[in-house]
Design a protein around this ligand. Structure first.
Ligand SMILES: CCCCCCCCCCCCCC(=O)CC(=O)SCCNC(=O)CCNC(=O)[C@H](O)C(C)(C)COP(=O)(O)OP(=O)(O)OC[C@H]1O[C@@H](n2cnc3c(N)ncnc32)[C@H](O)[C@@H]1OP(=O)(O)O
Ligand SMILES: NC(=O)C1=CN([C@@H]2O[C@H](COP(=O)(O)OP(=O)(O)OC[C@H]3O[C@@H](n4cnc5c(N)ncnc54)[C@H](O)[C@@H]3O)[C@@H](O)[C@H]2O)C=CC1
Length: 748
């Protein structure tokens, strides 16, 4: 997938593990034979071992040239009488990150992977995989074609194809169950989970694990197995162990993936392929794998998931309309951070910072809140540490009720109430107390960053750092630059996000930023649909069938109706008369009756008790809606799923186009990453802007025009001019939209 972004830096990780080069010089290898092709290196070590090193930075992906080189070099090793065994490794401490995903959208030239791995397995000389760093996807399938596998203890192994909308189509679905058994293979292939070397050893996926020089260990093994029979080492010839409860296992796995995949087809195909391994001879299983792969490979879901893969990496190459950029802006080192306000968000942020190894000063207003926060934060850290088998970072945090305690920190993250007056006071205090140069970041979910910056002596140090709840779990961070934010402040926020293992997206300052701004028209449409005759159940069912984990009303019950109510009251939307544009007070009316959702046991649904989790349709709510419609002159009509999706999703997408037009997001991939990671937009649909491309921009435009004509009092349904322009420009593919945005006269 190509993006209108800057190319990434060459990320060769020179520090990783033990390189093949080092080993070759240590054992005095014969490299006189030099390079074969330009993506793999051949040399002879210890006299009789042919060493093939994959060379395709940054992850030694199996591009066409690499595959060809591997075939040529294997032929060479087999033809040299002095060579008795072969070791395959990867350059720079990375065995192989799998097939080259970029090739999937091209013509896929070059030798195919499946016969290449089959030939490798058939080799008369033993082949040992020396696995360092990663062995993922096609990389692990290559290793499964080898006769032995030696891994470094820090290696991660896995078959993550399902996360790209595919299955391990180079024999992985057939060899893995034969090697590790059906239960483990099903779990690994349907989830795409990476395993550590220790777990791989336990599963029987690798034969040896070393803490030392992997290639040395592999060569030693290669020397010791030279000339021995390979009959039992060719996985394809082994019978797949089939436990007596296998049928139940497959049934359970199928139910699990159907439940959790929410319409994604790859996990289902993965179960079917492993089933083939369990029931068919290898060759027929491979046929089945091929057929299933062909269906997945050409599906829109695979395209969407691969787009997300690259989009999540592309967002790190940020830029702003004023010209600040990721590659010309240097972050400042940060060692000590303060968090102000230890409520829901402040606690999670404190945990994320401490887990990233930063010293934290955590500040609350009163001793009671402080102690409660300390108890909760410590519990979160302890549970996290237990999962990782590491000590909890409790000593990283100092708690205080005195805001003066932040005087010497490098950076502050403010997470007090979402109230401009309160936040302004805090920013004035911080500006007076903190040492010069301290970055002042805010976790506001939509207030004006410039207004907060204006309270400080150095507005260039102020940036929004919008976390998502729970802050120590959710991967997404919106980094919001204001009019005067310095590029160094933005770069520092992006860097801190990376240190916390977040995916950060730099966005401009506007009400609600990207995510919450797009949510507004989506929520409005859901309310309007209730007014026109829908029920919360109908709307939620349509959205859940589309792939959302939860429909809008179930989600609203979970997060609390009062949160939106407070925001609407603060914006004086509740008390205002709305003459020009339609406003639904339904949410406000529920809140006025104390129906805040799960926490009060009543909301858009009913629950068995306050805090209950199981949403049931509520007859009270239905009759309330009927009375409401009667009083306000709405005539209930039949609303179908298609209308729900078109009204809710197209209104949200339309706002996305406005955001692009306003240059709040620098490209559609920013929006799509935010929606997939922050708002549970179904990943296999790529994100709202990718989905718009899949549906067709003309259709979105046509439908918005249609609904806007029916509802002239809903401005968010009026198609945005960028959408019109893109359609007028011949509906360019998504990676070309930025050209149209940047050049208003573009005809591409
Ligand atoms: C009618 C048609 C019929 C068709 C039939 C089709 C038959 C086709 C048969 C093909 C059979 C092939 C089956 C197969 O083998 C499938 C695969 O192998 S799919 C790939 C599986 N591998 C992965 O999913 C791994 C993806 N990568 C990662 O998870 C991480 O990158 C990794 C853990 C390796 C490293 O992480 P990190 O150090 O954090 O670096 P980055 O993630 O930032 O990556 C750095 C850089 O590298 C790019 N990259 C990574 N992996 C790949 C890859 N496999 N291919 C291409 N490029 C890759 C990544 O995008 C980054 O570059 P950017 O420029 O920043 O984007
Ligand atoms: N709750 C959510 O899901 C999300 C909230 N946010 C934003 O994060 C911020 C905090 O939200 P929540 O954690 O939900 O609020 P909260 O109400 O749970 O916590 C706010 C905390 O700040 C403390 N506080 C208030 N004034 C203070 C001061 N002057 N000094 C120190 N502490 C002070 C309060 O005692 C309280 O514990 C808000 O700006 C909100 O919009 C952002 C993303 C998601």
């Amino acid at each position: 997938m190509i993006f209108g972004r800057y190319p990434s830096r060459d990320k060769q990780d020179k520090a990783i593990a033990v390189s093949a080069k080092k080993f070759r010089s240590a054992v005095g290898s014969d490299t006189s034979n030099g390079l074969f092709g330009n993506m793999a290196l051949y040399s002879r070590v210890s006299g009789s071992v042919g060493l093939i090193t994959l060379q395709n930075p940054p992850v030694n992906a199996l591009s066409a040239v690499v595959r060809q080189s591997l075939i040529d070099l294997m032929d060479r090793a087999l033809s040299e009488p002095e060579v008795k065994s072969v070791v395959i490794c990867g350059q720079n401490g990375k065995f192989c990150g799998g097939a080259d995903i970029k090739e999937f959208r091209s013509d896929m030239t070059g030798p195919p992977l499946v016969p290449m791995i089959d030939r490798l397995e058939l080799s008369s000389k033993p082949v040992v995989a020396a696995i360092e760093g990663v062995a993922l996807g096609g990389g692990l399938e290559l290793a499964l074609g080898c006769h032995y596998r030696v891994a470094h203890s820090k290696t991660r192994l896995g078959l993550p194809e399902v996360t790209l909308g595919l299955l391990p189509g180079a024999g992985g679905t057939q060899r893995l169950p034969r090697l590790v058994g059906i239960p483990a293979a099903l779990e690994l292939i349907t989830t795409g989970r990476h395993v550590t070397a220790a777990e791989a050893l336990q599963l029987g996926l690798v034969d040896f694990v070393t803490d030392h020089n992997t290639i040395e260990a592999a060569v030693k093994l290669a020397l010791s197995v030279a000339g021995k029979s390979l009959d039992s080492r060719r996985i394809s010839t082994c019978k797949c162990p089939r436990p007596p409860y296998a049928d139940a296992l497959f049934e359970e796995a199928m139910q699990r993936v159907r439940r959790s995949a929410r319409g994604a087809i790859a996990p289902v195909a993965c179960v079917q392929a492993v089933h083939a391994a369990a029931t068919l001879p290898f060759a027929r299983g491979m046929e089945q794998e091929k057929q299933l792969m062909a269906t997945l490979f050409t599906s829109g879901q695979a395209r969407a998931l691969q787009y997300q893969f690259f989009a999540q990496r592309a967002v790190s190459r940020w830029s702003t309309p004023s010209g600040a950029r990721w590659d010309t802006s240097k972050p400042r080192p940060v060692h000590k951070v303060a968090v102000i306000g230890l409520g829901t968000m402040g606690r999670g942020i404190t945990v994320a910072l401490a887990q990233a190894g930063l010293s934290v000063v955590a500040v609350e207003t009163h001793e009671k809140q402080l102690m409660e926060a300390k108890r909760v934060v410590s519990g979160m850290l302890e549970r996290g540490a237990k999962r990782l088998g590491a000590p909890p970072a409790l000593d990283k945090i100092n708690y205080s009720c005195e805001i003066q305690a932040v005087a010497d920190v490098d950076l502050v993250i403010e997470a007090v109430f979402e109230d401009m007056v309160v936040k302004k006071t805090v920013f004035r205090q911080l500006s007076a107390i903190c040492k010069p140069g301290t970055f002042l970041f805010t976790n506001t979910s939509g207030l004006d960053i410039d207004e907060l910056a204006a309270q400080t002596r150095n507005p260039e140090l102020v940036v929004g750092m919008h976390f998502f709840a729970p802050a120590h779990v959710m991967k997404l961070l919106e980094v919001v630059y204001g009019r005067r934010s310095s590029s160094q402040a933005v770069a520092t926020a992006m860097k801190i996000g990376k240190n916390m293992d977040k995916i950060s997206v730099a966005v401009g300052n506007c009400s609600g930023f990207v995510g919450n701004r797009m949510l507004r028209p989506y929520l409005d449409q859901a309310f309007f649909l209730l007014e026109e005759g829908a029920t919360p159940e109908l709307v939620d069912q349509a959205l859940e069938e589309f792939g959302f984990a939860m429909g809008v009303f179930r989600m609203s019950d979970l997060s609390g109706l009062d949160i939106g109510w407070k925001v609407r009251k603060a914006k004086e939307m509740v008390s205002k008369t709305h003459q020009d544009c339609r406003y639904s007070p339904l949410g406000d009316l529920l809140c006025e009756r104390g129906r805040f959702g799960q926490k009060t046991g009543r909301g858009w649904y009913q629950y068995d008790k306050p805090g209950g989790r199981v949403a049931k349709p509520d007859p009270w709510l239905h009759s309330f809606l009927e009375k409401y419609r009667a009083q306000r002159g709405f005539v209930a009509r039949r609303i179908d799923h298609q209308e729900v999706l078109e009204r809710c999703l197209y209104a949200l997408i339309n706002e996305g186009f406005r955001i692009l037009e306003d240059r709040i997001a620098s490209g559609p991939e920013d929006i799509d990453v935010i929606y997939v990671l922050g708002y549970s937009w179904p990943r296999h649909r790529g994100g709202p802007m990718f989905y718009a491309q899949m549906v067709g921009l003309s259709r979105i435009l046509e439908k918005l025009e249609y609904y806007h004509q029916l509802h002239l009092d809903i401005p968010s349904l009026q198609p945005c001019s960028l959408l019109r322009k893109l359609v007028a420009n011949g509906r360019p593919p998504i990676h070309k939209w930025v050209e149209v945005i940047k050049n208003p006269h573009s005809h591409l």
